[in-house]
Design a protein around this ligand. Sequence first.
Ligand code: FAD
Length: 495
Amino acid sequence: MGAAARAGRAPLSEVLPRFLASDDDRRLTALERLRGRMRELGDRHIRPRALEIDRRAETDAGYFDWEAVQAGLRYGVLGLTVPRSSGGEGALALEASLAIEELSAACPGVASVFGAHALGIAPLLVLGGPAHWEGALRATADAEREGRPLLMALAITEPDAGTDVQDPELMRRARLSSSARRIRGGYRLSGTKRFISNGSVARWISAFMPTDPRQPAETATGFLVDTESDGFAVARVEHKLGQRACPAAELHFDDVFVPEELVIGREGDGLAATMMTLALSRGPVGAIATGIARGAYERLSAWLTTAVEAEGLLERQEVRLALAAIVEEIRLARQAYVDAAIELELAGVGRALAHPALQAAGLVPRTIRRRPRARRWASSARARELTASLVRSSTSAREATRSLALASLAKARGADVAMRVTGLALEIAGLGAGPVRAELEKLWRDAKLTHIYEGTNQLNRLQVYRGLCLGETMPAVLPSARRRRPPRFANGAIP
Ligand SMILES: Cc1cc2nc3c(=O)[nH]c(=O)nc-3n(C[C@H](O)[C@H](O)[C@H](O)COP(=O)(O)OP(=O)(O)OC[C@H]3O[C@@H](n4cnc5c(N)ncnc54)[C@H](O)[C@@H]3O)c2cc1C
């Protein structure tokens, strides 16, 4: 790889000058190690197979490349964002974003499999409880160590509600078809979720449904669904334009039972959990997009410096200007997601995750946490109330709105950069570029999805407007302090 192509792979202090100002050497060293580990995974195991996986999934939408996931296991990708107390690596937003940029530069589709997995984990980080920490999260980390992949996913989108479920105002008018019915010991879930990344291959899905579809914003609730439950079915897998390695599925829930202890937060916390999840996950989407642009730049530069058919191109001023513009775009896109990640840690939901009380809960020995009394307390209404109040006391609604807006900015900016850079790279390479053209075309197709998932760029920019231009505060981005009425069984009896 030539010097130009290596530009994106330089040390963090070089690609992100503001890291020079950081005196946290240990964290910088750990970040560098993590980048190196993910780069090795990408270069050795993913990049060489990216086109082949894409082609196989083109002819068979249901195809899923477990080999790529298996390779990820050996590099600890599935346990990356699992908290340390549950046996994972406990990566924060900055670590997760830098890691996924590396994977995305190799293949955005495979990177999205790992990204969608982290997305499924995110609600459990923000409002989950001990039943999640000791259940799905620990199982994910344990399975990874044993060499078995256990994937997760997030399901909020429905056939008639996509943009609406990602915004507190729009959510009030959302037409949701799904609903959750309270019964003794838990809930029964019914309805359809659409476009769910990893939906056909995940073992656990964080799904959001209202207990009263006429009041979607007030009653949306998160549930951790075991996909081996009766009544759960994968209805179909979409034919995709890009990122084909990551299947997007339509899921049917037909009276699926979820026990009380697997509710994410309190009944009615679903909208806040969704918004906090998006604040955590949109920055990494900006990183996926940055990785796509970087992947295109690296492939183009390598071709320009080595291919016979590219001879003389690098001498032309317009090509040099284009390369400089590409590097400019990539660096600014990266800066945007790093800013979002750091803001999140300092002032947003990330600070709640680092709350001493939550950390301390994680330090309670497993044997004690597993005792029946401890488990009963952990899934009690009081424990859920405590988690919600910890989140509220760690960050304000204004701070959370601002960090959501910065994450949205990084996502929207990154998506535009990925589209522009992949398009430009294709123009420079031209029709006679040989094999690299297929790789660039794939990245261009892959880039389009970054405009759409985790909210379209339009919605993300409307949230940037509200959070940064208007300086608005969205109260629904955090769990409310309101004491809830005691929940009722469907037959009217109070449990
Ligand atoms: C491949 C793929 C993978 C996905 N993965 C997941 C996943 O893992 N989990 C999940 O829950 N969802 C997932 N999604 C869903 C994704 O988040 C939605 O597609 C997205 O939010 C847009 O919703 P929609 O498709 O219903 O479009 P619509 O909401 O119907 O929007 C259509 C157009 O109208 C615009 N629009 C809508 N409302 C407004 C408004 N109020 N103001 C301005 N413009 C507006 C939109 O910007 C867009 O351009 C995925 C989608 C795809 C395509």
